[in-house]
Design a protein around this ligand. Structure first.
Ligand SMILES: Cc1cc2nc3c(=O)[nH]c(=O)nc-3n(C[C@H](O)[C@H](O)[C@H](O)COP(=O)(O)OP(=O)(O)OC[C@H]3O[C@@H](n4cnc5c(N)ncnc54)[C@H](O)[C@@H]3O)c2cc1C
Length: 465
């Protein structure tokens, strides 16, 4: 039997945010952590690498966080990289043709803080805005359970105009949840608006990393090492066996025995790594219910600046967000040129298109928003399609998302797809890592708390929690 009087050993399989968060929490609590990551760098789906075609270090995709991401911001503080996040409280929405509207908070109490700017936007009519306000009021009351209806049906039931759907609801939710509105659970759509728009001005701030993602998350690997743990890169786990003496991990470094293991790989990989036997079948069946949705990032290096904005939401076209990375990224082009990344979430229409077709489309659309793009010379470009970027928070999916604790003694699950109550985000992944670490400490009768509470509602939202 395992002797927990000495420091217990924990294998963590997967060096994405879930695995790193669990590893940092447990290493800090005195566990001997060994993290296995099959790639040569950590960060998982939020990582950066040298792009072979351009020679530039690029993020697999621009990642943003919001003020309501309490566990992610705690994780950044814990590993000492909070100063590498740049925060913005203003969002610019641009229509084709270049007309821009800005959304920023006022001094009014939540949930009214954004209302003055919202009613000043030019992309929506007064009727659209009144309809949106009514729907937001309906969301204030409570967070619904994950039921069967999809969010597009909900919007239609709540009398939303086509323009409000296209230029407001879709813009926010397709980026936040990486799915089309008719494939999004009402619970998660409402959660996005309650947590980020309604609860407080702080909750809605947008943060962007100022350094490449793998550099950011390498600080977590360093944290684990500095607390006596190991982070093994290019270490692919091929088998997990759980028994009364702990968990045996088979990987390319060989076989090792641990007291505990946390499986923190994506849902597609998790099923094949579960210990063999009938006990795994219900979990495998549940994992079979998940579906993935793509995101495409289009990286463009120009010989000149085409806008002074650091970022903008682009309306009514395929390209949805523009990030001018040299404005906040220390890795960006600091000469007279500019480095833009355009992001297309739920990019099903781009998956089959060639690199050149996507670049041509992006350049044509970009010029509709920023006419000076027509004169700029494109120096180089990269297209990164993440076909399995995130799982879709489809109506009813919650009943298939597993808890951290499993039927196998000593084996726990983490990953953005586990039962965190959050969608597939960096915040969801960190929450899952903290929850798995908590479940592990509970299992040995020494419960510890790692999960950080949600931001408190402010102003009038205090009435609704
Ligand atoms: C293109 C894109 C854009 C996104 N944008 C945002 C955003 O703006 N904001 C946001 O909050 N979220 C965003 N996300 C979602 C976010 O990146 C993920 O939800 C989060 O990073 C998932 O973390 P994870 O640890 O659960 O999984 P992963 O990051 O997938 O980590 C799993 C790790 O396990 C490793 N692994 C797999 N198999 C093995 C094995 N056999 N042995 C060892 N290691 C193994 C993998 O290499 C990987 O590193 C985006 C995702 C993508 C792909």
């Amino acid at each position: 039997m395992i002797d927990h009087s000495s420091n217990s050993s924990v294998a963590i399989i997967g060096g994405g945010l879930a695995g790193l968060a669990a590893g940092c929490a447990l290493a800090d609590a005195g566990f001997e952590v060994t993290l296995f990551e099959r790639r040569p760098y950590v960060g998982g789906r939020a990582s950066s690498y040298e792009h072979p075609g351009t020679g530039e270090v690029v993020d697999n995709c621009q990642h943003v966080l919001l003020g309501c991401c309490t566990n992610l911001t705690h994780f950044y503080e814990h590993i000492g990289v909070s100063d590498k996040i740049q925060w913005f409280d203003e969002l610019t929405f641009i229509e084709p043709g270049g007309r821009a509207s800005t959304l920023s908070p006022s001094m009014l109490p939540a949930p009214l803080h954004s209302m003055p700017a919202f009613f000043g936007t030019s992309s929506l009519s007064l009727g659209d805005k009144l309809g949106i306000s009514r729907a937001l009021t309906a969301m204030m009351r409570r967070l619904p359970e994950d039921g069967d209806g999809d969010f597009l049906q909900w919007l239609r039931r709540h009398g939303q105009t086509e323009r409000a759907i296209e230029r407001f609801w879709k813009v926010v939710l397709v980026s936040a949840l990486n799915e089309d509105l008719d494939r999004i659970s009402v619970r998660y759509a409402v959660q996005v608006f309650r947590e980020s728009f309604l609860k407080s001005a702080k909750a809605g701030k947008m943060g962007v990393p100022r350094i490449p993602l793998s550099e950011l998350y390498n600080s977590a690997a360093e944290f684990i090492r500095s607390h006596g743990g190991e982070v093994l890169l290019r270490a692919s786990v091929t088998g997990i066996n759980s028994g009364p003496d702990g968990v045996k991990i088979t990987s390319n470094p060989g076989e090792q025995q641990f007291d505990f293991a946390i499986l923190a790989v994506p849902f597609q990989t998790a099923a094949s790594l579960l210990p063999a036997g009938p006990i795994a079948e219900p979990l495998k069946n549940n994992l079979g219910q998940f579906e993935a949705s793509p995101i495409t990032g289009i990286h463009l290096w120009f010989d000149r600046e085409i806008t002074s904005l650091p970022h903008a939401v682009l309306l009514d076209r395929t390209i949805q967000w523009m990030f001018q990375k040299n404005k906040f990224h220390s890795n960006g082009n600091d000469s007279q040129g500019s480095y833009l990344e355009l992001v297309v979430s739920a990019s099903k229409s781009l998956v089959e298109k060639s690199r050149q077709e996507i670049i041509d489309l992006a350049l044509a659309e970009l010029a509709e928003f920023f006419p000076s793009a027509k004169e700029a010379k494109l120096l180089k470009a990269a297209v990164i399609k993440e076909v399995y970027a995130t799982y879709s928070v489809m109506p009813g999916l919650d009943r298939f998302r597993p808890q951290a604790r499993t039927q196998w003694p000593g084996l726990f699950l983490a990953g953005d797809w586990t039962a965190t109550g959050w969608p597939a985000t960096m915040e969801g992944a960190v929450r899952s890592g903290y929850l798995a670490a908590e479940a592990l400490t509970r299992s040995i009768g020494n419960p510890q708390q790692f999960l950080i509470p949600d931001l408190k509602a402010q102003g009038l939202m205090k009435l609704f929690g």
